[in-house]
Design a protein around this ligand. Structure first.
Ligand code: SAM
Length: 263
């Protein structure tokens, strides 16, 4: 199970293969009767739906992340579409892959896709910065830079406060760097979070996934100064009690884990 979670593409393939086996057994027994009664097209449609549901259920049972369940649901229909369309040109697939890579390049490497913090979270982070009289904010894995701009745009720049983001996905970096330049709010660096300098930060924010949290903890322990704060959106550091947990009253029911750094 752990191996499949660490290599989710194998888990996803296994789920599709097991679902196909079950489906093949069912079809072998029932196909002649069902096809005779309903015609072949509705039976193929129902088989696709069943394959998708079974594969998604198995993906869930294997403990893969939620986006793999969506992939499992879509996969049978994508294959059927490609087969039905015959000789499709290859370039739309290449273009789609390139676009996905430009936004989601950290999904395969770090198991961290791109999803964004909402306004409620940015508001909570602003409150935290104000309460603690904090002057230096860093978002590790800053996505489209909304959090960095939200913190820097709180009038803090004028008080000599700074907000920085570190992002390596090419398109996310480009868009956020341009927006920061245009608005004059915050600074985005195209640098891996593991080589980012967080020694000066009063508050480091992460919204990543469960996978890198042990490494985030190691880095924070090594580099963050005493009295600073690590805030993780949704994903706790395994084996460590948070000093505070903030449950926000937004629709997403955002949970922020606050860890005070001892230095
Ligand atoms: C879930 S998004 C969060 C974006 C932003 N912090 C927010 O809350 O709106 C995580 C981001 O971290 C980036 N990321 C993941 N691993 C990274 C790494 N090793 N170095 C730089 N960025 C990384 C991903 O590309 C993605 O944009």
């Amino acid at each position: 199970m752990h191996f499949l979670r660490a290599t989710p593409i194998l888990g996803a393939l296994l789920a599709q293969a097991l679902a196909a086996l079950v489906l093949a057994g069912l079809l072998q027994a029932l196909l002649p009767e069902l096809a005779g009664r309903f015609g072949i097209a509705p039976v193929i449609g129902a088989a696709l739906v069943l394959q998708a549901l079974l594969a998604a259920g198995l993906t869930r049972a294997l403990g893969l992340a939620v986006w793999w369940q969506w992939i499992a649901l879509a996969f049978p229909f994508a294959v059927a579409l490609a087969l039905a369309a015959g000789s499709l040109p290859a370039w739309p697939f290449g273009l789609a892959f390139l676009l996905l890579y430009l936004f989601f390049s950290n999904t395969a490497r770090e198991r961290v896709p791109l999803y964004l913090s909402n306004r409620a979270t940015i508001g909570a982070l602003r409150r935290l910065m104000a309460e603690r009289g904090a002057s230096c904010f860093i978002d590790l894995g800053s996505g489209l830079g909304g959090v960095v701009r939200g913190i820097a745009g709180d009038g803090r720049k004028a008080e000599g406060r700074k907000a920085e983001g570190y992002e390596t996905a090419p398109m996310a970096f480009l868009i956020s760097a341009i927006l920061s330049k245009l608005t004059g709010r915050g600074q985005i660096y195209r640098r891996d979070i593991w080589s980012a300098d967080i020694t000066e930060a009063d508050l480091v924010y992460v919204f990543l996934s469960p996978e890198p949290m042990p490494m985030v903890h190691d880095k924070a322990k090594r580099e963050m100064k005493p009295g600073s704060l690590l805030v993780s959106n949704s994903f706790a550091i395994p084996g460590l009690d948070a000093d505070e947990i903030w449950d926000l009253s937004d629709r997403r029911k955002t949970r922020l884990y606050l860890y005070a750094m001892k230095g």
